[in-house]
Design a protein around this ligand. Sequence first.
Ligand code: ACO
Length: 323
Amino acid sequence: RIRSFISGVGSYLPARTVTNEELAKTVDTSDEWIQQRVGIKERHIAAEGEFTSDLATAAARAALDNAGLTIEDIDLIVVATTTPDYTFPAAATLVQMKLGMNHGFAFDIQAVCSGFVYAVTTADSYIKNGLAKRALVIGAETFSRLLDWTDRTTCVLFGDGAGAVVMERIDLADDEAERGVIASALRSDGKHWDKLYVDGGPSTTGTTGHVHMQGPEVFRHAVGKITDVVYATLEQSGHSVDDLDWFVPHQANRRIIEGAGNKLGLPPEKVIITVDRHANTSAASVPLALGVAVADGRIKEGDLVMLEAMGGGFTWGASLIRW
Ligand code: ACO
């Protein structure tokens, strides 16, 4: 049985943090409102001249170090991002250049906040069908550049950052226990496109545009869609919620995370939460949360880990991984 497993995790957060109090100096909001509604205390914001591919490259280097590998060992780079440096080429090929990799192949995935789960599932498929042996899978965003900083309903919610994993092929003998990606489920439904979108692009306005969101509508769909896809993944694998050691959800909003955790019947201590420090970093949020939980020793070899995300499109998905 050919499987892909995660052999390294790395993160990068821009140096500058912005607290709710700082935001309250420029928009009509408060630390109390933000903490109560979404559970965010602060977020990291990229410096001028610091681009998505820089964040992604730093996270990728950390993941390679963590795996004990060099770029020579990698033959695929997948970057999940909504905020590439340029309309083209893909951020992934810029990361490839910055890492000094001239072999293999690299491309981006655009599924907004679900991008990392889509990218893990894509790399897993490429490894299983023999197109790649070792992949760098990265979620990276400079989401701050899509925000209208005068719109209090969106600008308080997001942050910048990057997280990366190394995924490697493993050939399991018939009698060996499952390891790596066990099951995944991906979904989308484009009829919801305008509930969460950016009002710009090369084919429409020729501008970058800003984030627009019908917050309560997104909230209304989130918990049901997240739990559906988690159950779909568990059903494929023959596992139950009780088997899960860790739930690593997309970090959009503390209330959505807790709502999904409660609906699944997960004890809160199994749920990884980083939204308080990172805010919503879109495609970077799941690998950044993984990075925190691996570094502090919560996620360890043998654990059963459920990744989950939902975002613009709508897109949503989950992936079950034996660490
Ligand atoms: N500070 C103070 N007041 C605010 C702010 C703010 N930053 N933002 C909105 N308000 C006000 C509104 O203007 C409104 O005032 P009004 O009643 O005088 O008109 C009031 O707060 C309530 O607004 P709602 O939008 O109804 O607030 P709600 O309780 O729904 O919370 C929120 C808004 C936090 C966006 C919520 O809808 C939510 O969490 N939705 C999920 C969306 C989400 O997390 N998106 C992230 C991206 S999507 C994803 O990654 C899955």
